[in-house]
Design a protein around this ligand. Sequence first.
Ligand code: 13P
Length: 242
Amino acid sequence: MSRKIIAGNWKMNLSTNQGIELIQQIEAVDTKHTIIAFPSFVSLSSIAKEAQKISVGAQNCGAFQNGAYTGEVSTQMIKDVKAEYVLVGHSERRVILKENNTDFKAKIQRCLEQNLKVIFCIGENLEQRQAGNEQSIVSEQLSQVLSSFNTSELSNITIAYEPVWAIGTGKNANNDQIESMHRFIKQFCKESFKTQFKVLYGGSCKPTNAQEIFSCKSVDGVLVGGASLKADAFISIIQAAG
Ligand code: 13P
């Protein structure tokens, strides 16, 4: 099996001590795959210091360089604590925190200025899937955010396809749905941006379905929420990647 990316998005969970304990257990696993942990901002520095083999990223970043933006965290600050990645465009930030494509464009720009790698999340909701609009939704999310970046900038970006209806619901997309969407995303990006992106799958990935998800040819890795919070579950997902 080729080298995969297995990323854990801890969302608003785990104290710093719990995060350190989790990292220590994951670090003990021998794997050729790229493992990334996305802790909260409060824990980011401590987790980045603890992690030796695992990469660390921020779940969000400010859209501005620096200045009077109370409560925001700049990409310079993220870089400063030795994090390597930033998640941009997660559906929880789109839906609950009302961020839009203009925000994501600015955030990606800030990440690139600091040489941070981006995992850009896209995906349709249930209504859009039931109406058969999933491809047009995803291609719009890609075009509106990525079309202003050049190919060398785009090489720092990985896509995460996370259908909103599969996030936190226990109901993952099936292999046909994953395969056809990942192929569509890759083809669309090749034609539109002349770029070959890696595409991760996210949405109820867990020990019981990880092996099946990894069996999809077009899956370059997974972005895991709930199942990344417990060492045994996350480690079985890593092991399922072979
Ligand atoms: P779950 O794995 O909990 O469905 O969350 C997926 C996700 O949102 C990862 O970013």
